[in-house]
Design a protein around this ligand. Sequence first.
Ligand code: HEC
Length: 176
Amino acid sequence: MTGQPDQEWGAECTSRGASLGPAILALFLLSPSFSTRALAAGDSVSADMEPYYEWTVKNLAITTPIGGRRGNAARGRLLSTERKKGNCIACHALPIPEAEFPGEIGPPLMGVGKRLSEGEIRLRIVDAKQVNPATIMPGYYRNPKYLKNVKKKFRGKTLLTAQEIEDLVAYLVTLK
Ligand code: HEC
């Protein structure tokens, strides 16, 4: 673990990322001084207007946390079943008894922390196409600059924030 940041995404970011982002955006859109130019200014913004953090792949893994901070496994567990967020449960079985009707399109994620390293798990969530170009698993943290045919309201955003990616990674590594 040497050389890895031990900082965590702070709790103060949690609810803000989820609820305040859209609220601020709504206020912004409603305000009379709103102009599209202002919004277009930061064209490389990820979900919830967070900056987009670059990542690099080595040996089919991303060893450094996206944005430099580690996630929280409890939040990741929640995200994995949240339909409007990760919605991993739509395709994967998870050891979460209260989550009903998991999908079977992807492999069950039980034991994934034993099969794959943390960095390998991170790459699969960030951009599964790097492992299998034909996969139907969405790339949750691809550079918005290179995404094509994106609906206007999703333009310039990643599907999940860096913190959400790290929360999911922190959760999946516990599945041994
Ligand atoms: C639309 C379906 C779909 C969704 C949604 C989805 N996945 Fe996947 N996932 C797959 C498929 C299919 C694979 C098998 C790999 C392939 O296609 O090459 C996979 C593979 C994986 C793997 C590698 C597992 C292994 O044992 O090799 C991980 C880890 C993973 N997914 C995590 C997630 C997480 C976390 C989420 C939610 C944020 C998620 N997936 C959402 C379809 C999905």
